[in-house]
Design a protein around this ligand. Structure first.
Ligand code: MN
Length: 729
């Protein structure tokens, strides 16, 4: 068992700034916490976290990682709480140990659905602090090394999980040695005969080829020296599992396998890498198609190296990797070789393309996509990630969404309020649409404006149930609020015009008569027209008689005596020649018409659409009819108003109003319109509910400003509940 001072010295050796006191305290704390607990092997339990810490010192992990490793099983296996760890070792370490505890409960080879969710949790934990993954892998490696003491059934399950999940993960983040050791142990457990076969063949080959590694190493070294290149050559046999996999994948027998040996050439700098490559290619014939330059184009996990295969001195294939010692360090330690992870804290504000989050984003991206998917997916179940897309908030938090998800899904995943109030977004710093597809690694910033209601049409665009549900709920609530306000206004007006007042208490007392539970329900029902406001008036004032009854309306003429006026026209003569409007930007002989379903007014931004043989049709820019011409940009003409101030003309505009049904409404409308020097030339009205009517009025006005002035004046009418211009009739 590693002694306390040995551990501290090992860490201090490569990290002189390490917090010695904290390491000592962690050692003592974990030893006491685990007390007399034993491993399956019968060894004291404390040897396990200590070995895990030892593996991580070999990877030169920072002291926080080492402390987390020593403590990693205390919450799960002893009476220690997260609070204890936080109090004694700080928040960062507490979070790491807590994350590791949660990861231990994940079953990664369970049923598919649960597995996907568990993998997601794993990634989330890794995204919060990548050191979680380092400790987890070291933990797994030690458990694999001591797997012999575990009951056989459990052993197979752990080995399977290792081969499918943890070994590929280690490889993905560049920790090749760890990957290979994990694979070999799992291979030995899961396929003992195959493992034994490969081992035996390797031994035979060693006996036959006798010192091939030494021969080749010496040969390469001599040739490099002859060209003045100092370098270190490391040769090795490939590992049993990688040999087995190659045999399986390429359906080859062991004898057919050519590159059992791999050599690593470590030289001083990048230039020397290429020089060494030249020397080697001059000496031996290289195998075409096997040369790869990962120095000029690094792999996504920052792996850099030159790869080549040559026909070596004994006419066998020799695989060579040529790199500098720094590149070698990254190839060997992967993530652990990066200093960046030490700055990773979840409070970090740095986003954008630089800083630790960029690196983390890339790592996650590497985990989920990778540049050599076949190799990765083939032996792992991580393909489940292919159904998902991983994005980040500007603060670096990971949001996992189903593939095809759009920024709106992202907004709702962050918070319902963010989704409801979303008005736009920025993806990787660029303005983007809320409904475009998201990609792995996107950093998404949602722009919000308070008090928005998501349009119901969004419901069909989002991919997540959460967003869909929230949109439905928000639109339902907005509709309810609309009807509630409407009902309240209707009731107020009805009482006011009867010369009565009401208190909410009195209305509350009358609720049972309307079979409504709350005041709000009553208002909504009034707004929706399920209850008529006059019935509420009668309920509260049973004796109320309409004192000065209106002149009895003739049948069918109830509303201001104008119900028969649905097609009433206020025609103003002399309104021909609308198409004589001079519009700049058109050829003289093209006929000009206005979109019959929604006129444009001077002041509107307009577009001309050219129909060959027919002429130009003018549309306001906001017209939905223009969508039909989206795919034919050649038909769009840039047109502008050029109105003759001396020969003024009127233009048609349509407005739609929702009004409370009471005497005088139409008169008030007509007066405002007349006072503003506009004409009504067509009008439709229809009851929406007993209390509300909709009016659609076609006006003739001078221009947009004129129309807007009329609209503003109509809007302040107390009976108006909504009023809008209609562009597309
Ligand atoms: Mn453990």
């Amino acid at each position: 068992m590693m002694r306390q001072y040995e551990l501290v010295e090992k860490v201090k050796h490569y990290a002189p700034d390490a917090d010695e006191d904290r390491l000592n305290r962690a050692y003592v704390f974990a030893m006491q916490a685990h007390g007399n607990q034993k491993r399956a092997s019968g060894a004291p339990y404390f040897t396990h976290p200590l070995e895990v810490a030892g593996i991580l010192t070999d990877l030169r992990a920072d002291d926080i990682t080492i402390v987390a490793a020593i403590l990693h099983d205390t919450i799960e296996d002893t009476g220690t709480t997260r609070e204890d760890i936080e109090r004694l070792f700080g928040d960062q370490i507490a979070q790491l140990v807590d994350g590791l505890t949660k990861l231990n409960k994940l079953d990664l080879v369970s049923k598919k659905a649960a597995q996907a969710e568990n993998l997601r949790k794993l990634l989330l934990a890794v995204a919060q602090d990548v050191r979680v993954l380092l400790v987890k892998l070291a933990d797994r490696l030690h458990n694999m090394r001591t797997l012999g003491h575990v009951p056989p059934e459990k052993r197979a399950r752990i080995a399977e999980e290792t081969l499918e999940i943890y070994a590929p993960l280690a490889g993905r983040i560049g920790m090749q040695d760890m990957r290979e050791e994990l694979e070999d142990i799992a291979f030995c457990v899961l396929m003992p005969e195959a493992y034994a076969m490969v081992q035996k063949r390797l031994a035979d080959l060693r006996a036959r080829a006798g010192g091939a590694i030494e021969t080749i190493t010496g040969d390469v070294k001599a040739r490099l020296q002859a060209h003045g290149l100092a370098g270190e050559i490391k040769g090795r046999e490939k590992r049993p599992y990688s040999i087995w996999r190659k045999m399986e994948r390429k359906a080859l027998s062991f004898e057919q396998l050519s590159d059992i040996y791999a050599f690593r050439v470590i030289v001083a700098d990048e230039a020397a890498c290429y020089q060494a490559l030249g020397v080697i290619h001059q000496a031996w014939r290289f195998v075409p198609g096997r040369f790869k330059d990962y120095i000029s184009t690094p792999k996504q996990n920052d792996y850099r190296s030159l790869h080549t295969t040559v026909i070596g001195p004994k006419h066998q294939r020799v695989e060579l990797q040529i790199r500098t010692s720094r590149m070698d360090e990254i190839a060997e330690f992967g993530i652990a070789a990066h200093a960046a992870y030490k700055d990773l804290t979840k409070d970090g504000e740095k986003g954008a393309a630089s800083g630790p989050y960029a690196w983390l984003r890339r790592t996650i991206e590497v985990l989920v996509t990778g540049d050599n998917p076949e190799e990765f997916w083939e032996h792992t179940k991580l393909e489940l990630f292919q159904d998902q897309v991983f994005c980040f908030t500007p603060k670096g938090f990971l949001i996992a969404l189903p593939r095809g998800a759009i920024p709106l899904d992202f907004a709702y995943a962050v918070h319902t309020g963010v989704g409801d109030n979303a008005v736009g977004c920025r993806i990787n710093g660029q303005s983007a649409s809320l409904i475009g597809e998201l990609h792995n690694g996107d950093e998404v910033e949602i722009l919000v404006t308070e008090g928005q209601t998501p349009p119901l049409t969004w419901e069909g665009l989002v991919k997540t149930g959460r967003a869909r549900g929230a949109i439905r709920k928000a639109t339902r609530e907005a509709a309810r609020k609309h009807f509630l306000d409407l009902g309240r206004k209707v009731l107020d007006r009805t009482f006011a015009s009867a010369g009565k007042t009401y208190s909410e208490e009195k209305v509350l007392a009358a609720l049972p008569r309307f079979a409504r539970k709350t005041l709000e329900d009553l208002w909504v029902s009034l707004g929706e027209g399920q209850i008529e406001s006059k019935d509420v008036l009668r309920a509260l004032f049973p004796d109320h008689r309409e004192e000065a009854p209106k002149p009895a309306p003739e049948p069918g003429k109830g509303w201001f005596g104008l119900s028969g006026a649905e097609r009433l026209k206020f025609r103003v003569p002399g309104q021909d020649g609308l198409d004589a409007l001079p519009i700049r930007g058109q050829a003289k002989n093209e006929a000009v018409r206005f979109n019959p379903h929604g006129g444009a007014l001077p002041g509107d931004r307009i577009v001309g659409i050219l129909t060959p043989g027919e002429g130009i049709t003018i549309y306001p820019i906001q017209s939905r009819a223009l969508i039909a011409f989206d795919d034919s940009p050649e038909r769009w003409l840039d047109v502008r108003w050029e109105v003759d101030e001396h020969n003024r003309q009127r233009f048609g505009a349509r407005i739609r109003a929702c009004v409370i049904n009471e005497p005088g409404v139409l008169a008030a409308f007509a007066r405002v319109i007349a006072d503003n020097d506009a004409n009504i030339f067509h009008m439709d009205m229809r009851p929406l509910t007993a209390d509300l009517h909709e009016m659609v009025i076609d006006l003739e006005v001078w221009n947009l400003k004129h129309l807007n002035a009329i609209l503003s004046e109509l809007r302040v009418q107390p009976t108006v509940t909504s009023l809008e211009r209609v562009i597309d009739a």
